[in-house]
Design a protein around this ligand. Structure first.
Ligand SMILES: O=C(O)c1ccc[n+]([C@@H]2O[C@H](COP(=O)([O-])O)[C@@H](O)[C@H]2O)c1
Ligand SMILES: Cc1cc2nc[nH]c2cc1C
Length: 348
C-alpha cells in the first residue's frame, strides 16, 4: 500500500499519444466517435497501454453512519444504513444488479456503520460506530480520518491484486449528503444554500432545516479550507474518507477510477486537494440529480459521461457508465483500420 499522500505517477503520455494516433487510422471519420475517443486516450494514458483493458472491474461500496442524522436532515432513519448493507451482501440492491451485469468483483466495506452489521460477506473495517454530530462536535479526529483513508487504500489494493483493471467506488450512509454539502461549501467557498439538496427525498420544510443546520455547523466548526484533512475530520464521513483513500491507491496502481454521484465527487475533490495528480485518473460517470453535484463537478472541471437523473449512490451510476469504458477499449483494439479494410482514407 502506498503512503496516503505520496505523489502519484504521471499518466503515460507516450501510450496516450499512440492511442490517439491509432484512433485516426480506424474506419470512421476522425473524431466521429465523439467523447469515446478522448476517453480511450485517457484510459491508455492511465493504464500505460496503447490498447488498454478495463475488465474485469471492481466495485467497492463503503458504508458508514453520520451523527448529523440526529438533526433530522434525511428522509430515512439511520438504521437504513445497516439494513442496506445487509441487502448488499444478500445481492438485492441496485449496485448488485449492475455489478453482476458488468461481471464486477464487489466488496462491501463497513468503515463506520453505527450498529453491528449482520450478514456474512461484509468486510469489517469499522473505524468507529458512526461519526460525531458535526452540529455539536467534530465528526472525527484527524487520526480516525487517516485510518478511514487507509481502509479505502487497502480495499483498492485488494481489488487490484485480485485482477481488477478499473475501480467503481460507491457509498451508503444515511445523512451523507449533509456531510458532503458541508465539505463542498468549505472546499469551494460557495454558499451552502447552492449546495444543499434533497438527498433521499426530504420535503420543502426539511430542506430549509437541512440548510440551516449545515450553515450553523460550519460556522461552529470553522475548519480551515486550506487544511483538507482537517476539513474532513471536522465535517466529513468515514465512507467519504475511505473513498478518497481508494481513489489515491487506485491511481498509484494505474487503474482508471469511475466516480459515481454527489458524495463520491465530493470525496474525489477532497482527494484532489490532498494529491492533485489524482485528477488525471478520474472519469466522471454521471451527473446526479442532487442539487450540489453541478458545483462539485465544476470545482473539478469535470464533464460526466451520463445524465440519467440518478440520485441513488452505491456506485450505481459508475457501474452503468462502465459499459462506455469497455466500448472505448474495444473500439481501439477491435475496429478495422482504413488499410486493413481497404477503405479510402481521404475525402473523394
Ligand atoms: O450519489 C448521489 O448523487 C446521491 C444523491 C442523493 C442520495 N444518495 C444516497 O442517499 C443517502 C444519503 O441521502 P441523505 O438524504 O440521507 O443525506 C446515501 O446513502 C447516498 O448513497 C446519493
Ligand atoms: C433505500 C435506500 C437505498 C440507498 N442506497 C444508497 N442510499 C440509499 C438510501 C436509501 C434510503
Amino acid at each position: 500500500m502506498s503512503d496516503a499522500f505520496s505523489s502519484l505517477p504521471d499518466v503515460d503520455a507516450a501510450c496516450a499519444a499512440q492511442a490517439a494516433a491509432h484512433l485516426d487510422t480506424l474506419t470512421k471519420p476522425p473524431g466521429s466517435l465523439g467523447r469515446l475517443e478522448p476517453l480511450a486516450v485517457q484510459l491508455a494514458g492511465i493504464r500505460g497501454e496503447s490498447f488498454p483493458r478495463v475488465s474485469p472491474p471492481g466495485v467497492l461500496v463503503f458504508a458508514a453512519d453520520h451523527g448529523i442524522a440526529a438533526e433530522g436532515v434525511s428522509a430515512f432513519p439511520q438504521s437504513v444504513t445497516a439494513q442496506m448493507v445487509a441487502n448488499f451482501v444478500a445481492g438485492g440492491a441496485a449496485i448488485n444488479v449492475f455489478a453482476r451485469q458488468i461481471g464486477a468483483r464487489l466488496e462491501v466495506i463497513d468503515v463506520g456503520v453505527a450498529s453491528v452489521v449482520s450478514g456474512a460477506g461484509v468486510v469489517d473495517e469499522k473505524v468507529r460506530a458512526g461519526t460525531g454530530n458535526f452540529a455539536v462536535e467534530d465528526a472525527m479526529t484527524r487520526g480516525e480520518a487517516m485510518q478511514a483513508i487507509g481502509v479505502g487504500q487497502r480495499a483498492a489494493e485488494r481489488a487490484v491484486e485480485a485482477g481488477c483493471r478499473c475501480l467503481i467506488v460507491g457509498e451508503m450512509g444515511i445523512a451523507n449528503t449533509s456531510a458532503s454539502s458541508a465539505l463542498l461549501a468549505v472546499l469551494t467557498g460557495r454558499p451552502v444554500a447552492e449546495l444543499v439538496g434533497r438527498g433521499t427525498g426530504i420535503d420543502d420544510a426539511g430542506l430549509v432545516r437541512k440548510r440551516a443546520v449545515i450553515e450553523a455547523a460550519i460556522a461552529a466548526r470553522a475548519p480551515d479550507a486550506d487544511d483538507p484533512l482537517g476539513v474532513l475530520a471536522s465535517l466529513g464521513g468515514l465512507e467519504i474518507a475511505a473513498i478518497a483513500g481508494a481513489f489515491m491507491e487506485g491511481a498509484a496502481r494505474r487503474v482508471p477510477l469511475l466516480v459515481d454521484g454527489f458524495i463520491a465527487t465530493v470525496a474525489a475533490l477532497l482527494a484532489c486537494r490532498l494529491a492533485p495528480e489524482l485528477r488525471d485518473y478520474l472519469i466522471f460517470a454521471h451527473r446526479s440529480h442532487e442539487a450540489g453535484h453541478g458545483e462539485a463537478l465544476a470545482a473539478l472541471e469535470a464533464s460526466p459521461l451520463l445524465d440519467l437523473e440518478l440520485r441513488l449512490g452505491e456506485g450505481s451510476g459508475a457501474a452503468l457508465a462502465f459499459a462506455l469504458l469497455e466500448a472505448a477499449c474495444r473500439m481501439l483494439s477491435e475496429m478495422a483500420t482504413f488499410e486493413t479494410a481497404g477503405i479510402s482514407a481521404g475525402p473523394a
